[in-house]
Design a protein around this ligand. Sequence first.
Ligand code: FES
Ligand code: FES
Length: 181
Amino acid sequence: MSSSSSSQSPASRSVSVDPDATLDVSVTINGDTHQLVIEPRRSLADVIREDVGLTGTHLGCEHGVCGACTVMVNGEPSRACLMLAVQADGADITTIEGLANDDGSMHPIQQAMHEAMSFQCAFCSPGFLMSTVALLRDNPSPSTDEIREELSGNLCRCTGYQSIVDGVETAVSLINSGGAA
Ligand code: FES
Ligand code: FES
């Protein structure tokens, strides 16, 4: 009996992948729509930083642990280092650059953390701020324990956690007193 190609084991088949292949992707970032041509292997974080030029989204661990790369994707906080940019096709994304008010003044959470001196080197700030936006949207009056729990996925290598919690509590006071934009 003669053998045919369909009898080859999976390991013996060769798959041809063009490493330079690109895909067209359309994303809206901070209200602006970007038509991008990108390799499928690239992360959303790299594309936001390198192709769109918004370097406020920081990269720390690049494997989903530190939270520095957190952006909002369709309203949900997401780790941009873990997401392929092609997965964001059609998405509405907000980065730290999109957080300030239209007149350029700080978002109440930025204002509160500024007042509470929540950051030292500030490398972690974009991630903490974006995570806090989601936290206070879903729970406008969190307890201290809830703040610590909800932000436990963000790491600060300067270890300024107490001042960050203070900043969130300041934000709660500011927003609940009518200081929110
Ligand atoms: S850089 Fe994305 S979680 Fe650390
Ligand atoms: S303030 Fe330096 S990493 Fe958080």
